[in-house]
Design a protein around this ligand. Structure first.
Ligand SMILES: *Cc1c(COP(=O)(O)O)cnc(C)c1O
Length: 405
């Protein structure tokens, strides 16, 4: 076999747009919750490709679903429908509140569809004065101009003005301020039941319940962005199920394809009716490869045993993180749901989450940040208990080295 010339991390800076700053290693292979880099060094994966690899790397059932479909049919466009898409939509309707499904390829696109649908639904039913969208500070909804404007982190919109209008932000988990902000001009409210990028902050049950009631009172659609906290991540198939608060529209992506790009927007039949023929679309949305893989993912992650395992593993992580904190006192708060965990840094470590990532990588462990003050963990939902322990040991070694200066 002819070997291609070697590529290295240095090449990134010569050929890629500089919007990312990837770590110094280049992974070449993964299996379960382990990865190997170009030099054959092993890493434990508590990052899960940013909450994407819900079943770890190269899960045999997903590999089988993908390769089986790859031999049959890759793409037909939405001029035709296809069997994997129909099966997946049917399964999502069975498992959730949804009666209708729209497929896209990324979280941002699912949110873009949800926000456009909310505007269109309001235009169809209430006329042009109902078009305001309320979102929350620290929220993250994607990077298209609409979704990034709806997101609640001004640093991501700076320089990209002019921004789409009629979008306002309220503080998360503050029902009184939200109640003052919503009106009959509000067409939609969008939130993450568990904010991911913004710091791993769960909504309080009273807040979600209150937002639901106020949306009903003002005939505004409630959109839950479960791009990150959905697909078993919270210990429930979708986080709304744990809160017993049902949205009008739910978006999801990340874990849905277990690493294959696919996203979905779920809604009811009366709301879906506003996306009539020709009103919205995407070339790749619902393509057979993505839908075949997501079908296999959904079958595995909707198993109550697996979801109970996520909640058990949550407890194991929390106990381990607490024990580390008893020794080093680096965390002011340990929080999260299921296997989406946030470790908020205590003084004098605040603002230094990236140093922890780097120290962990040096010990052979991949972790994430959620802003400058929070270390975020989003491992595979089926990470074996031994690897949780081994990864926590590596994290402890990394923290010990940081603490020693
Ligand atoms: C990652 C994320 C998005 C954006 O998804 P992309 O696939 O990167 O477009 C949107 N919302 C939430 C909550 C996310 O975590």
């Amino acid at each position: 076999m002819i070997q291609a010339s070697p590529v290295t991390r240095e090449l990134f800076d010569d050929v890629m747009v500089p919007n990312y700053a990837p770590a110094a290693i280049v992974p070449v292979r993964g299996e379960g919750s382990r990865l190997w880099d170009q030099n054959g060094r092993e890493y434990l994966d508590f990052a899960g490709g940013i909450a994407v690899n819900v079943l770890g790397h190269a899960h045999p059932r997903l590999v089988a679903a993908l390769t089986e479909q790859a031999h049959k049919l890759w793409h037909v466009s939405n001029v035709l429908t296809n069997e994997p898409a129909l099966r997946l939509a049917q399964k999502l309707c069975e498992l959730t509140f949804a009666q209708r499904v729209f497929f896209a390829n990324s979280g941002a696109e699912a949110n873009e569809a949800a926000l456009k649908l909310a505007r269109k639904y309001a235009a169809d039913h209430f006329g042009p004065d109902k078009r305001e969208i309320i979102a929350f500070t620290q929220a993250f909804h994607g990077r298209t101009l609409f979704t990034v404007t709806v997101g609640g982190q001004p640093k991501y919109t700076e320089g990209f003005e002019p921004l789409p209008p009629a979008i306002t932000h309220a503080p998360f988990n503050d029902l009184a301020t939200f109640a003052a902000a919503i009106s009959d001009r509000t067409c939609a409210v969008i939130l993450e039941p568990v904010q991911g990028e913004g710091g791993v902050t769960g909504a309080t049950p009273e807040f979600l319940q209150g937002v639901r009631e106020l949306c009903d009172r003002h005939q505004a659609l409630l959109i839950f962005d479960e791009v990150q906290c959905g697909n078993g991540r919270s210990g429930h198939l979708y986080a709304y199920m744990g809160y017993h608060v049902t949205p009008d529209i739910l978006t999801t992506a990340k874990g849905l394809g277990g690493g294959f790009p696919i996203s979905a927007m779920l809604t009811t039949a009366p709301i879906a009716a506003s996306l009539n023929v020709g009103s919205h679309g995407t070339t790749y949305g619902g393509n057979p490869l993505g839908c075949a893989v997501a079908g296999a993912v959904l079958e595995l992650i909707s198993d109550p045993e697996l979801l109970a395992g996520v909640r058990r593993k949550h407890a194991r992580f929390m106990a381990g993180l607490r024990a580390i904190n008893e020794r080093f006192g680096v965390f002011r708060d340990l929080r999260g749901q299921g296997l989406l965990l946030g470790c908020e840094l205590e003084e004098p470590w605040r603002g230094r989450s990236r140093d922890f990532i780097k120290a962990a990588l040096d010990e052979g462990l991949l972790v994430l940040v959620a802003g400058p003050d929070v270390i975020r963990l989003a491992p595979s939902l089926i990470i074996p208990d031994e690897l949780i322990e081994a990864g926590l040991e590596r994290l402890e070694r990394a923290i010990a080295r940081l603490a020693a200066g």
